[in-house]
Write a protein that binds this ligand. Structure first.
Ligand code: TRP
Length: 356
């Protein structure tokens, strides 16, 4: 996707967001949404305010929610570690602790849903190498990985992501800006499949992106907060760990605390985090702290995070004591997803004249 196409699709998504929210409120049951995460570490406060909170809100409004643990995406740029099963059940515990309800929502790992993965092959035939190479998110990831070799999976994972979304006929994907190019590929795959193989009666629907107004929280090193960068405040951190992490957070040398996101990004991010946790605006937090300096700012952030997540953390600690239950939740989700994926693959093969 070119820069202008990208900008246009961002604008279009923002424009549609209001109308989409209205439809969601009016007929929540008309939506099946799919969202997910790579199992590369613990979910953190940045995910929570950027995306997880929105998923829970929509689930609770009555939308059907599928959550993919994208374990094949996790190997686009790294080798699977032997503790992956614990990382995966740890994610399930995070999801349940923040309020994803396994009776209403389906949590699954895409490696366990065989038919989903098979959809990748016909989907790959529907996009060109040039289209994939223009994907700005993949370009960024390749650049920041800084490695000279790019795996075939790294290159094609946006098409695999189309399978994550289309196997269950999701029509809504709540995503951040970086995921918009992938959603465009998903829409392209759906549209081309329909044009080629089911022209009279479109088989796949083109999912809408619901752009979250994701506030960008920085990690304690001042870079983007990331599960795999070791700079995050995990949801599951204890109160004491939170003290240690926030105390180490990078700030600047100015005594007086002010909210100036472009000039003072690290201070602004702590103000934002505090405001998100307790309600109110970062500006209000800054006014309150003023001459108290970085120490008072960090104390406020620690208190806000620990207050906001105390209950979630208690619930998570309880869940972590029962790994058998977490595995059952995942196995049930995998089965539900597999039943749907089998149907979809069968229908796709029918339409492609590949049933013999
Ligand atoms: N690419 C997403 C991420 O890195 C994870 C993901 C996998 C996803 N499949 C998805 C997100 C489908 C939305 C829809 O966070």
């Amino acid at each position: 996707m070119s820069a202008t196409t990208m900008a246009r699709s961002q604008l279009a998504s923002r424009h549609r967001a209001g109308a989409l929210e209205n439809r969601i409120q009016r007929e929540p049951a008309a939506f099946r949404m799919l969202s997910g995460d790579r199992p590369t570490g613990a979910l953190h406060v940045g995910h929570y305010f950027g995306s997880l909170q929105n998923r829970i809100r929509l689930q609770n409004a009555g939308l059907e929610l599928f959550v993919v643990i994208a374990d094949y995406q996790a190997i686009t740029d790294r080798i699977v570690a032997p503790d992956l099963p614990d990382v995966v059940t740890g994610l399930v515990a995070d999801y349940l602790a923040i309020g994803i309800d396994p009776r209403r929502s389906t949590i699954f790992a895409h490696s366990q849903v065989t038919a989903l993965n098979q959809l990748l092959l016909p989907f790959l035939s529907l996009v060109s190498v040039a289209e994939i190479s223009r994907n700005p998110t993949v370009k960024d990831e390749i650049a920041s990985a800084g490695s000279s070799t790019v795996s075939g999976l790294m290159f094609t994972y946006p098409v695999h992501q189309a399978a994550d979304i289309l196997f269950c006929h999701a029509n809504l994907a709540p995503v951040g800006l970086d995921q918009l190019p992938h959603l465009e590929i998903t829409r392209t795959v759906a549209r081309r499949f329909n044009e080629r193989y089911s022209p009279g009666q479109p088989y796949f629907r083109e999912p809408e992106a619901l752009l979250s107004a994701a506030p960008l929280l920085l990690g304690i090193d001042g870079q983007k907060m990331s599960k795999s960068r070791n700079n995050s405040i995990p949801l599951r951190a204890t109160a004491d760990e939170t003290v240690r992490l926030v105390t180490r957070a990078k700030t600047d040398a100015e005594r007086f605390i002010s909210y100036e996101p472009s000039r003072r990004p690290e201070v602004a991010s702590l103000l934002l985090l505090t405001a998100l946790c307790r309600g109110g605006t970062p500006q209000q937090v800054a006014d309150e702290i003023g001459g108290g300096g970085a120490a008072a700012l960090k104390a406020a952030a620690i208190e806000a995070v620990n207050g906001r997540f105390a209950e979630v953390r208690a619930r998570r600690a309880e869940l972590a004591r029962d790994p058998g239950y977490l595995r059952t939740v995942l196995a049930t989700g995998n089965e539900r997803a597999s039943a749907i994926a089998d149907d979809t693959l069968r229908a796709v093969q029918e339409l492609m004249h590949q049933r013999y």
